[in-house]
Design a binder for this molecule. Structure first.
Ligand SMILES: [Zn+2]
Length: 776
């Protein structure tokens, strides 16, 4: 279990490969934060738990001609910590798009051996883009300028007076920035331009100067944004007024405050009706959206939204949007599920988007808590898949002829953006992020896995509840093997910006680890209880990895330190081999039993080649019988009077209890397992007996606690064992199934013959007739 030893007393002395050997079961101790009354040793928030709060009032305008954001915000910062602050830090994520940003400067050269058009477009667009925030003013409540310093993607604002614990401070920031082309650059927000009808679709995110997190565990989270470590922010209330061309439709975090001002009468009626029904309906129909797309107006409208207890705010705007909605259940709560998408997204979106939202909040609420917000939104646009409170951006849409794939065709290709299950999965994933990290407010800039891994795990559970054999990409143990044996690899517990193989490391591996924990190590009942406890404890609070590790143990009485160490702090993989099986049977001492047994064993041994070939040759003693003596005549297996006497003596020396033990007719099978991969694992086994019976059992991973490289397990049975299989249900992520069976089974596979191709030689290249026909 997790104990309370401090780092000072027990400095980290673990070897680099301390995941195996006797260290595999060492307690985590010094790897975890020392518990405090803010964060308890149980993994729960403590009596002195505190967090800051930031409330925003924002006025923002989209300049649809210049693709530019013009904004002005007032932030009220509540210092709820016991500490006095002398300055505040804000995130300026848009500065990542400056040409001289650390993100740009630290990008290493691409792999020119594999350089897709997409990467070329990204590279050139980013070099040409005039990115970054222009800060126009920073002022206190009375309009007095505040001193500030921009350091790359962070901005420090000087407080006129130190801000004591319990006090609050209001200030305002005016800014502007250009919106990036998100079809060319893999960004979390941006625009898409539709050539056919000359329209823009905006997905606006990480767009306003946002108050950085100040926490009990690391002070200001002002680590620079390099592009991967998303963010962590303070919870608060947002009141946002979004000004856009009057023919645009806006989707945003929060609840629309002024439908009377921005919706037509017909739309208002439909909007009302949608909020009273679980039946999906259009608020803007596909035909209306088509008509909107060709309208142009110089008039503007302001959409007002309010959101409570959120850590961020995002929105989308376009005159191309179709809008559908229905009420969805999350436990006892009712939530307005809505989708916004252009006609280009049809027919997939009206069929699957809103049902996927409803399904997600239904399933997630069963494993965590009820969806706490009034709306849940999915928007189609240029952003691949990105989550914000109540709203998510999801890219997949069909081809222009309305056809689409079922699943992604190859692991790295873009067909997922044109596939049905690609769409359903990304919506489940992004809507699921409302739970992790929007409500369970982990620090994404530090730990990607805490939201992506936990969320991808529940995504798998939710996908499997969508339909039987849903083609989930991540979750099943066998799917993670290729990554687990790959190099280079870093532990899951690696800072977000330094991860190798981002998707595998921070999404797939932790999700699979949790699935293994649930199905094979803790069992569903213990796991689900502990996982729900973690989510509930940390609703609207900030958990760290230690809080998660500790809670899962605290609520289940399962010591998982070995599991966290191996899967989260290590890079080894599971590969167990059944190395050897030895059969031991009891020597009865009875010469009439033992001598024939020895004789039978002796006869099992086949004669050597020399013995066989010499069999017909006449030997010396055949020719001279006078050379024979006692030993040539006697049979070593014949029972002598001495043997009987020995047995008699033995019998007399035994108590009745000892006699019963001696007569127990048991087979002792000593099965040796070798841990080739290094990552310790439970041993799920299937044993087949000579009488055809099959038995399944699971040996806990603790069998490796004294020797993590090789263990021998004894099986005592009256029956004969004819076969043992390790991991019959592929539940451990074992990397090499070929060594999992005894006796070994040949692995069947098919191979293809390929036909050699030939290029025309230079002499033939000038003459079309030579290569338009097959070359013979
Ligand atoms: Zn995600």
């Amino acid at each position: 279990m997790l104990t309370l030893l401090t780092a000072a007393l027990f400095p980290p002395i673990v070897a680099a490969d301390g995941q195996s050997g006797p260290d595999a079961f060492a307690q985590l101790d010094y790897l975890l934060d020392t518990p405090t009354e803010t964060r308890l040793a149980s993994g729960a928030p403590g009596p002195q738990y505190w967090q800051q709060r930031a409330d925003y009032r924002i006025d923002v305008k989209i300049d649809d001609r210049a693709q530019r954001i013009i904004g002005s915000e007032t932030i009220t910062y509540h210092n709820q910590s016991p500490h006095t602050l002398r300055y505040l830090w804000l995130q300026l994520d848009q500065n990542r798009f400056r040409r001289d940003s650390d993100d740009m400067l630290t990008k290493t050269a691409p792999d020119f051996a594999h350089f897709p058009y997409k990467s070329m477009a990204n590279l050139l667009t980013r070099q040409a883009f005039d990115g970054g925030v222009t800060i126009k003013a920073v002022q206190d409540g009375s309009g007095k300028a505040l001193a500030y310093t921009v350091n790359k993607t962070m901005m420090r604002v000087e407080l006129p007076q130190p801000l004591a614990g319990g006090a609050q401070f209001a200030f305002s920031v005016d800014w502007e920035h250009n919106i990036i082309d998100a079809t060319a650059v893999g960004a979390r927000g941006g625009y898409e331009y539709f050539e056919q009808d000359e329209n823009y679709l905006y997905e606006i995110a990480q767009w306003y100067p946002r108050l950085a997190a100040y926490t009990d565990y690391q002070g200001w989270q002002n680590k620079q944004f390099l592009g991967n470590g998303e963010f962590t922010l303070e919870l608060g209330t947002f009141e946002v007024a979004i000004t856009v061309p009057a023919d645009h439709v806006v989707a945003a975090t929060g609840v629309l405050q002024n439908p009377d001002e921005v919706l037509s009468r017909k739309q208002r009626e439909r909007y009302q009706a949608a909020q009273a029904s679980s039946e999906q309906r259009f608020i803007v129909t596909p035909d209306e959206a088509k008509k909107n797309a060709s309208s142009r107006t110089s008039v503007e409208k302001t959409w007002r939204f309010k959101a409570e207890n959120v850590r961020d705010f995002a929105f989308a705007s376009s005159r191309k949007f179709i809008w559908d909605a229905r009420m969805a259940k999350s436990g006892a709560r009712e939530v307005l599920a809505m989708s916004f998408y252009p006609n280009e997204a049809e027919p997939l979106w009206s069929q699957y988007s809103t049902p996927a939202i409803a399904h997600t909040i239904d399933v997630y609420s069963r494993y965590t808590f009820e969806y706490p917000y009034p709306v849940a939104i999915s928007v189609n646009g240029p952003v691949g898949g990105m989550e914000y409170p109540m709203i998510s951006f999801n890219k997949p849409r069909p081809y222009s002829d309305g056809t689409y794939w079922d699943v992604r065709q190859k692991s790295e290709d873009k067909t997922w953006e044109r596939s049905k299950y690609g769409l359903i999965s990304v919506i489940i994933h992004e809507v699921g992020h409302n739970y992790f990290p929007m409500v369970v407010n982990s620090d994404e800039r530090q730990w990607t896995w805490m939201d992506e891994g936990l969320n991808t795990f529940l995504q798998f559970v939710t996908e499997q509840a969508w339909e039987e054999d849903y083609p989930s990409r991540r979750g099943e143990p066998a799917n993670i093997v290729e990554y687990m044996v790959s190099t280079p690899q870093v532990p899951i517990m690696t800072n977000s910006e330094s991860i190798h193989q981002f998707g595998n490391n921070a999404y797939a591996k932790p999700a699979t680890a949790l699935n293994i924990l649930r199905e094979s190590i803790m069992g569903r009942e213990l796991f689900d209880y502990a996982f729900r406890e973690f989510a509930t404890r940390w609703q609207f609070k900030r958990p760290t990895p230690a809080d998660f590790f500790r809670t899962m143990e605290d609520a289940s009485a399962v010591d998982l330190d070995w599991f966290w160490r191996g899967w989260f702090y290590g890079t080894q993989h599971v590969d167990v081999a059944i190395e050897n099986i030895a059969l031991y049977q009891l020597d009865t001492g009875n010469p009439e039993v033992e001598k024939p047994w020895q004789q039978a064993e002796d006869e099992k041994q086949e004669p050597t080649l020399s013995q066989q070939r010499n069999a017909d040759a006449q030997t010396l003693i055949q020719r001279y019988p006078q050379l024979r003596d006692f030993y040539n005549e006697s049979d070593e297996f014949s029972v002598t009077p001495w043997d009987y006497a020995q047995y008699e003596q033995l019998q007399q020396s035994l108590t009745d209890r000892e006699k019963a033990l001696l007569n127990a007719d048991k087979n002792f099978y000593a099965v040796t397992f070798k841990n080739i991969g290094g990552l310790v694992t439970p041993l799920p086994l299937r044993i087949t007996y000579g009488d055809g019976k099959v038995e399944e059992l699971q040996i806990p991973a603790e069998i490796w606690r004294r020797n993590a490289e090789q263990v021998t397990k004894l099986f005592v049975t009256e029956r004969e064992i004819t076969g043992i299989a390790f991991d019959p249900y592929r539940s451990t992520a074992d990397a090499n199934p070929a060594n999992n069976a005894w006796p070994r089974q040949p692995k069947a596979s098919r191979f293809k013959l390929f036909k050699e191709k030939e290029e025309p030689n230079p002499m033939r290249r000038n003459d079309k007739t030579q290569w338009e026909q097959p070359i013979l």
